[in-house]
Design a protein around this ligand. Sequence first.
Ligand code: GLU
Length: 273
Amino acid sequence: MPENTIPDTCRCPRTIVIKVGSNTLTDERGALNRRYIASLADQISDLMSEGVRVVLVTSAAIAAGLEVLGWRERPTDIDSLQAAASIGQAALLDVYAAEFGRRDIPVGQILLTRYDLEHEKSYANARNAFERLMALGALPLVNENDATAVDEIRYGDNDALAALVAKMVSAERMIFLTDVDGLYDANPAVCAEAHRFDRLDHVDAELLEVAPEGSTGSAIGSGGMRTKVQAAALLLDCGVETVICDGRRGNVVRDCLDGSVSGTVFCPVKEGE
Ligand code: GLU
């Protein structure tokens, strides 16, 4: 079987979580890439029309806030980051609501913090809200609540948050749309011999070591490859498949579902395999 082919046992997910990072959602000037968001809306609405339940975890609130405020540099003080995230979240939601509204899909915003996910009552409340939104045919749109999640209670990126949401909604598959087409054993930008891991069924310390910390591309977001691999490790333990791929490639979401994606797939070993 070709390395990139997803086995039948992993096919036909009914619930998927897609996480898209700030770098992927913005252009070279750091502004929201509305054309890209429109293409994402096309891909997601196509799947939803076939009955697939989708949750979209989206970053870029801070990036959108910087754009609205006309700030060229990302501030370093937490109050300004909170303000940028707060203003930007409204702008981001507007863009998604308009794009999905055009396709007759309502979006429901859910802003979460570590606190919400670690406390039974708020966890159950959030899960009920996700279930009801999806039952209504709406798209839950998730981000960390950067206005209240600061310092030690902040996840710092949405990768871990996305994995916990995937677990919460019992997703079959988690898709990370990022600016690199998977996990490599060296930096492909500087090393011609860099090899991409196409398919993995476990994560060990050695693998985590090759996954670079920090932002994968430009200086817009705060995620990195390591947090995605850590998220994949958590999800492998729960039997959830994870894909890390280049979010800008054509019909990438569909490719993730039909097994033709060019990227790294973390596929849990099924009993008896
Ligand atoms: N929740 C943040 C956002 O949406 C994460 C990205 C960041 O820290 O820049 O902007």
